[in-house]
Design a protein around this ligand. Structure first.
Ligand SMILES: Nc1ncnc2c1ncn2[C@@H]1O[C@H](COP(=O)(O)OP(=O)(O)OP(=O)(O)O)[C@@H](O)[C@H]1O
Length: 312
């Protein structure tokens, strides 16, 4: 069942389009990711879904309701943890939970939520004294306090150390397992790849792709990555002619060669090496990552991908 519907959404700031015709649907029970470079329009899109911004054009529905016209009803269905949601520094965890509970007619039991999010021993701690991970857990608790059907999490794990990030991932999986649909805005490929059922890639205000993580990777030119250190350099002309090869790159430091291609390219590389009696040291064949797919699908990213690389 569709719980969020976005069709031809448009929003401009001072005449400059931030979201320029984005459309997707989110099904109940999904972890749906929104991925894109800085300034792509991700936050503007989720703010329109949460009813915090009015679209200039297009349609947004949450459980069939208009987030602007039916704002009160939508806030009961959709919980939001938005980017940089800072609470008052002096508010304690307990006060924040009680304050947010008071916004709802039938709030979730905040004590149970605090327990679930590992905040019970922090109830008397002021917001300013919490660690980054604890602040994030509190912001998730506040997003869940109204007992929402959908929760919007925007760049939840930015600034967290790897352990806190992994703990947060486990929490997100638990939230989904409890029946809540999750709309996740993220910059982290590993996070998107691990958590999301489907991902909308947004680039310069437009939908660049919408697929499962593995579907996005399959779309990448050169979804099979072959790397090895040849016993002596290969002729660039031979490499350029490899069937299915999308790109090749040589690491200037150690001469290690990386070829992004297809299964056909793997066979061709092996044949080429045999023909020239070149030995491949530490030969690895792996799948491209969501990182590669992201760089392939988005044009605004500043850094060139190592995988797309410098021509050999
Ligand atoms: N309140 C605003 N006023 C003017 N321009 C804005 C405003 N909010 C966002 N923008 C601009 O709109 C574009 C999209 O911004 P948005 O925050 O939606 O992108 P984003 O994908 O969430 O970016 P990031 O990953 O950096 O958070 C950017 O060019 C941004 O500078």
């Amino acid at each position: 069942m569709t719980v969020i519907e976005v069709a031809d959404l448009r929003k401009a700031y001072s005449g400059r389009p931030a979201v320029d015709g984005v459309g997707f649907t989110v099904e109940e029970g999904e972890i749906f990711g929104i991925l894109g470079p800085n300034g792509a329009g991700k936050t503007t899109t989720v703010e329109c879904i949460a009813g915090l911004r009015a679209p200039d054009a297009g349609k947004v529905r949450v459980a069939g309701l208009d987030p602007v016209a039916d704002h009160d009803e939508v806030t009961r269905i959709l919980g939001t943890q938005l980017q940089e949601s800072e609470l008052q520094a002096k508010l304690t965890v307990r006060e924040a939970l009680e304050l947010y509970s008071a916004f709802y007619d039938r709030p979730a039991d905040w004590r149970a939520l605090a327990e679930r999010l590992g905040l019970t021993d922090k109830l008397t701690t002021r917001f300013a004294k919490l660690s980054g991970g604890q602040k994030q857990r509190l912001s998730i608790a506040l997003a869940l306090i109204g007992g929402p059907r959908v929760v919007v999490l925007d760049e939840l794990t930015t600034g967290l150390d790897p352990r806190a990030r992994r703990d947060t991932w486990r929490l997100i999986e638990e939230i989904r397992a409890s029946g809540v649909t999750v709309l996740l805005v993220t910059h982290f490929m590993e996070e998107a790849q691990r958590l999301c059922d489907r991902i909308a890639v947004i680039d310069r205000g437009r939908l660049a792709a919408l697929d499962t993580p593995s579907g996005l990777i399959r779309r990448t030119a050169g979804s099979t990555v072959i790397s090895f250190t040849p016993s002596r350099p290969l002729d660039p002309a031979d490499l350029a002619g490899l069937p299915g090869a999308a790109s090749t790159a040589t690491d200037a430091r150690d001469g290690r060669l990386t070829v992004n291609g297809t299964d056909e390219t793997v066979n061709a590389v092996i044949t080429l090496l045999a023909r020239h009696r070149i030995t491949a040291h530490q030969l690895r064949v792996s799948d491209a990552t969501l990182d590669d797919a992201f760089l392939d699908l988005t044009e605004t990213s500043a850094a060139p991908s190592a995988a797309k690389g410098v021509p050999a």
